[in-house]
Design a protein around this ligand. Structure first.
Ligand code: SF4
Length: 295
């Protein structure tokens, strides 16, 4: 229904119809901060979308900032997720750290996510029902004391003369696929051991520690699963593997199955050399930017 996190963020603005958008883009952050300051000072503004703040050399944009009675505010982060995830809380904790550092009182923190129980009716989408607000104030507050050290560590990395030597592995996909994956793996062989199916992180680390990158270099007595061994053998022989079960599986479909079905079965029952596809890059919905060292 909605392609990326950005679209969800825009749709979620309908939860607060009276909100005012800070339209200045990321390349005009200083102007966005000033515009946000003006909107906060105006008591007639009940909510701000994309409010901009800068503190401790961290720039953030808040999806929704709602004015509460008594002068405090509610911070809401919008995600296309269907539940609250740990990374959402870390995201919110950094935003809260920056906003509070700017002297704003945050009374509540929310994660606005998709409500999986929602069913679209005859008359279009009811956005109030489509989204679910999860109060994560306690969880975010618990993370706040750790934020200064995390920010400091990130700034320390930013001033390094070169990128740190971090070897790409499974961590590059947690909590989502890193956008630098292609760059970091450009020198890896086509039969990189990372592409062995269902390879446990510990097993990958063991092979990696031995300097083994190519499947061809895996010792013949190294304990692999049957599926992994099959892939290695296909790489070594240069011949694709076709399961003897393929004929039987296709026979269940009767004569002339659709091409799409054939392709699906072909992928399932064959293996040959080549990198496994990775998941498509997800929209991170990034709302925080670290700036370089202070001048
Ligand atoms: S892909 Fe990303 S997470 Fe993985 S090593 Fe490269 S920069 Fe680090």
């Amino acid at each position: 229904m909605l392609a990326v996190g950005t679209d969800v963020g825009v749709a979620a603005r309908q939860l607060v119809p009276s909100g005012v958008l800070v339209g200045e883009g990321p390349d005009r952050h200083a102007e966005a901060v000033e515009r946000t300051r003006q909107l906060i000072a105006n008591p007639d503004v009940s909510a701000i979308f994309e409010a901009a703040f800068a503190f401790d050399r961290v720039l953030i944009r808040a999806d929704i900032l709602e004015r509460l009675p008594g002068g405090a505010w509610r911070l809401s982060e919008v995600k296309s997720s269907t539940r609250v995830k740990p990374e959402h809380l870390h995201d919110l904790s950094i935003q809260a750290y920056v906003i509070m550092g700017c002297g704003i009182t945050l009374e509540q923190m929310q994660l606005v996510h998709v409500d999986t129980t929602y069913v679209r009716g005859e008359n279009g989408i009811d956005w109030r029902a489509y989204f679910k607000r999860a109060d994560v104030t306690g969880e975010v507050r618990a993370l706040l004391p750790s934020v200064p050290d995390r920010v400091s560590n990130m700034h320390a990395v930013l001033v390094l003369p070169a990128a740190p030597e971090i070897r790409p592995s499974g961590h590059c996909f947690s909590p989502f696929e890193c956008e630098f994956w292609s760059r970091c793996t450009v020198d890896k062989p086509r039969d990189w051991i990372f592409y062995l199916p269902h390879l446990k992180p510990a097993v990958f680390a063991e092979l990696d520690a031995q300097g083994i990158e190519s499947m061809r270099e895996v010792p013949s007595d190294f304990p692999l699963t049957a599926g992994q061994q099959r892939v290695v053998e296909a790489v070594l022989s240069g011949r694709e593997y076709v399961s003897h079960q393929l004929h039987e599986a296709l026979a269940q479909l009767g004569p002339l199955p659709p091409t799409s079905t054939l392709k699906r079965f072909h992928r399932r029952y064959r293996c040959t050399e080549g990198p496994a596809p990775t998941s498509a890059s997800r929209s991170s919905g990034r709302s925080t930017t670290l700036t370089g060292p202070a001048a």
